[in-house]
Design a protein around this ligand. Structure first.
Ligand code: GLP
Length: 243
């Protein structure tokens, strides 16, 4: 796994957005896997700026979000759809119908995998990392689900998402749909972005530690084209050879 360390979170976000904009220039009909989370806000802001300046064109792109809560109406303020509209979709030229989110139920989950396949597979899957090492909503455990599935969210994850629900973690749905670990690992390129000292310990475990389902992001070490983009604070504990 290649690692790129930038000084600040803003530089790491801009570098990530530049790589995505380059993908869109080289592959205008790119299929992108997209995450949510606070780390992504400056990435999506930079991408929206690139679109306005004419250096990113989404007109032929297709997106599949990594995950979505179960049981929320699409316009619910806490829904990941709402986050994506607010942070990216309302600001760029994605076609109507070009953005996708996993709907609840095993049938819809299988349909999501088929839709990704029909679109030609993910060219780039952008991922963040939960403080417990989760990718999308693939929570640590003795095993991981390969494909899109329903997840019972751990309390730590519901707390990490409480800001979308007025700060009340009890209001965060207890279940969500998520791409599986194989859905993510089948992407031609995986870009992981992690910033801030809050991610320092988990970045070290995911990138320098053993590959284990206890740290789902550690499976990215097996991907032939994975790049981690970090700021200095998140990278500080990585072995010196990695920085
Ligand atoms: C949520 C998302 C993950 C994301 C994580 C990190 O749990 N489901 O895809 O990686 O948040 O979020 P943040 O960037 O806010 O730390």
């Amino acid at each position: 796994m290649r690692i790129l360390v930038l000084d600040t979170p803003a530089e790491a976000a801009a570098a990530t957005a530049r790589l995505l904009a380059r993908t869109l220039r080289e592959t205008p009909d790119a299929v992108l896997g997209l995450p949510t989370g606070r780390t992504m806000v400056p990435v999506y802001q930079a991408l929206s700026r690139f679109y306005h300046r004419g250096s990113a064109d989404f007109s032929r792109a297709t997106t599949f979000n990594l995950d979505e809560f179960v049981g929320l109406r699409p316009s619910h303020p806490g829904a990941y759809r709402t986050f994506m509209r607010r942070c990216l979709f309302d600001h760029v030229n994605l076609r109507r119908g070009a953005t996708h989110f996993p709907a609840s139920g095993p049938r819809a989950a299988r349909g999501y995998e088929r839709a990704i396949e029909r679109a030609g597979g993910l060219d780039v899957c952008l991922v963040g990392i939960g403080s417990n090492g989760h990718l999308g909503f693939n929570e640590p455990g003795v095993s991981l689900e390969p494909w899109t599935h329903e997840v019972r969210l751990l309390p730590v994850t519901r707390r990490a998402n409480a800001h979308l629900f007025g700060g009340r973690w009890q209001d965060v749905p207890a279940t969500a749909m998520s791409m599986g670990i194989a859905t993510i690992l089948q992407a031609r390129t995986v870009l992981l972005i992690a910033t801030g000292e809050g991610k320092r310990a988990i970045v070290q475990r995911a990138l320098d530690g053993p590959i284990t389902t206890r740290v789902p992001a550690s499976l990215l070490q097996t991907h032939p084209h994975a790049l981690a983009i970090l700021d200095a604070a998140a990278a500080r504990r990585l072995a010196a050879r990695r920085r």
